[in-house]
Ligand binder design. Structure first.
Ligand code: ADP
Ligand code: MG
Length: 356
């Protein structure tokens, strides 16, 4: 589908290479995640796939980019747009009309299709994306997620072979982001659309992608199985937002515990629960922050217990010292006793045992 060979590119007003000797090929129906630190060349690579580089940006380029055997670097952008659908970070910048239907029709109008075919295509894409109910809505009234879905519809209606999304969720709230990612995953799975996505919240997509590509300073640092790179991480991969559940394997390795590498919480549970089964968690003690001995404590809590009258014992043997000027986060799941403990500190509740 995409074949990139020895691609090196420097923007016209820049001294450094934005991409340096990048070679990769992407198969039909692949779902590829591109990540890497800010400024490493992710957006530039996307722009090469749809021909915006070099025709729009200028600069010095060598190597080749073929999309379905077409030379992307020398084909007019409007022709590339039919093959490669681009979705950008901020839907506001991508949407050009006032309502959803007109937005989706906008790109189609340049294809010279008959009115009947256009209407059919619009209805088709509204169904595929699941935004039929938004058809007549003003764009200004849509949520971020709905705007981004409209942007995806407006490129998908051109029947591209490849969808390239450059950080499509970074301007969205968590719910909108989740919806957009689910949609993209479905387009890949059900329509077999080839998808290249740049996303820095890796935990959102890692489990769905076939392949992970990590760029660093314009070069490919890793290209392969999404799990394989965690091993690499010990060699100091750039900080690219490794999901904590995935990182746990690497951390256990440092303690000589071998664990498979999970990509999701569910996999993590399967992998780690046998390992942690016999481990006695005593969060109230093991995770208490360094108690700055000798400093002037503003509060000293020792052997504190609390049981609600007619209720459960909530706090068991809490020992913690709080120094002047400390900034402390009290964390724990629901019903762990956070509020109860806070109420003891400001004497809204009186301890059953122990001292404050
Ligand atoms: P990323 O998307 O990974 O953050 P970019 O592809 O935007 O990285 O940037 C790669 C390099 O190219 C950076 O050094 C950046 O400053 C430079 N760059 C990006 N866009 C332009 C541009 N339009 N003109 C000049 N330099 C640019
Ligand atoms: Mg970018």
């Amino acid at each position: 589908m995409i074949n990139i060979k020895n691609l090196t590119f420097t923007y016209s007003d820049s001294k450094n290479k934005a991409l340096s000797d990048v070679s990769l090929s992407i198969d039909d129906s692949d779902f590829i995640l591109i990540t890497g630190p800010s400024g490493c060349g992710k957006s530039t690579l996307c722009r090469c796939i749809n021909g915006l580089v070099p025709s729009f940006y200028g600069g010095e380029i060598s190597g080749s980019v073929e999309v379905q055997n077409i030379d992307a670097l020398r084909t007019p952008t409007k022709d590339m747009a039919k093959k490669v659908g681009m979705v950008f970070q901020d839907p506001e910048n991508q949407l050009v009309t006032t309502d959803v239907e007109r937005e989706i029709a906008f790109g189609l109008e340049n294809l010279g299709l008959s009115k009947t075919v256009m209407v059919k295509r619009i209805e088709e894409v509204l169904d595929t994306i699941g935004i039929d109910h938004l058809r007549y809505r003003q764009i200004s009234t849509l949520s971020g997620g709905e705007k981004q879905k409209t942007a995806i519809a407006s490129v998908l209606v051109l029947h591209p072979e490849i969808l390239v999304l450059d950080e499509p969720t970074s301007e969205l709230d968590p719910k909108g982001a989740e919806e957009v990612i689910q949609l993209v995953r479905r387009l890949n799975e059900e329509l077999g659309l080839t998808v290249v996505i740049v996303e820095h919240r890796m935990d959102r997509v890692l489990q769905s992608v076939d392949r992970l590509i990590i760029l660093e300073r314009g070069e490919i640092r890793y290209d392969g199985d999404p799990r394989g790179w965690v091993r690499l991480d010990e060699g100091g991969l750039p900080d690219i937002g490794i999901p904590p559940i995935t990182r746990l394997s690497a951390e256990l390795k440092q303690k000589n515990i071998d664990a498979k590498i999970p990509l999701t919480i569910k996999e993590g549970r399967q992998i780690f629960s046998p390992i942690f089964k016999n481990y006695k968690w005593k969060a109230t003690q093991s995770y208490i922050s360094k108690s700055n001995d000798g400093a002037s404590y503003i509060a000293k809590v020792s052997k504190l217990w609390y049981k609600y009258p007619d209720g459960p014992t909530v706090l068991r043997d809490i020992n913690v010292n709080i120094s002047k000027g400390e900034f402390i986060a009290l964390v724990g799941r629901n019903a762990a006793g956070k509020t109860t403990f806070a109420k003891m500190l400001n004497v809204l509740l009186k301890q059953s045992k122990g001292k404050i």
